[in-house]
Design a protein around this ligand. Structure first.
Ligand code: C5J
Length: 223
């Protein structure tokens, strides 16, 4: 059995067994991250998300080297939009809604260029890639089953955006009994204030639904 790993974190150190942890990389998709993409066309500053890429590349490489389970997610919908609730479809600008033609193909539609993960963080063959129709990574996916089969009890969560898909996933993981560590420099928001407050919320009240650390601390702790 591998030695437990302890990472300095808020509100207190986070300890996990390396064979019972998964790295979850949420929605690092071109539609959200690329200049000129869907995220930017909505008026967002994608530079806020670009800072996540280098530290997340290092964490991904270290997780692979340490043999951790790696799970990537992508938010998106079937080409016929049959898995898109009307209430979600109605959101956004009338001319730029999910399924409409966008800068990198139909917006958030599976199989389109913009829906896929950025080249820098491309999944390796054999890594789990879950397509999710919602914000959280459990809803409408096999994530629970994947984690159960691998004997996972703790998650290291990364990706975008901090206050939306990361938070929804972390909160539900916590409710499902997982211990969850969020890496502050490996999650990103278009809004600096949401990033700060989003991270504070996780570790407040004694770690109300998780722990917060950063990539350097995890990399130093991994064997
Ligand atoms: C959003 C996400 N923000 N991945 N998706 O719509 O956070």
């Amino acid at each position: 059995m591998p030695e437990p790993v302890t990472v300095p974190a808020e509100p207190q150190p986070f300890t996990f067994a390396p064979d019972q942890v998964a790295l979850v990389v949420i929605d690092m998709q071109r539609d959200f991250l690329l200049p000129g993409g869907f995220g930017e066309t909505l008026g967002n500053d994608v530079a806020q998300l670009a800072t996540v890429v280098p530290p997340l590349q290092r964490v991904l490489a270290a997780a692979r080297a340490a043999g951790l389970l790696v799970v990537h997610t992508r938010e998106g919908h079937l080409p016929d939009l049959s898995d898109l609730p009307p209430a979600k479809h109605r959101r956004g600008r009338p001319s730029l809604r999910i399924g409409d033609p966008g800068p990198y193909g139909r917006i958030l539609v599976r199989g389109e260029y913009g829906h896929d993960i950025i080249d820098e963080l491309a999944p390796l063959p054999g890594e789990v890639v879950l397509d999710k129709p919602g914000k959280g990574a459990f809803y409408g996916t096999d994530l629970q089953q994947v984690l159960d089969e691998a004997g996972v009890q703790a998650l290291v969560v990364t990706g975008v955006t901090t206050e939306v898909c990361v938070h929804t996933t972390v909160r539900e993981a916590n409710d499902r009994g997982y211990e969850v560590l969020v890496l502050a420099d490996c999650v990103g928001s278009y809004f600096p204030e949401f990033q700060r407050v989003g991270l504070d919320m996780i570790a407040a009240q004694g770690g109300i639904f998780g722990w917060v650390s950063d990539s350097a601390a995890l990399l130093a702790a991994l064997p």
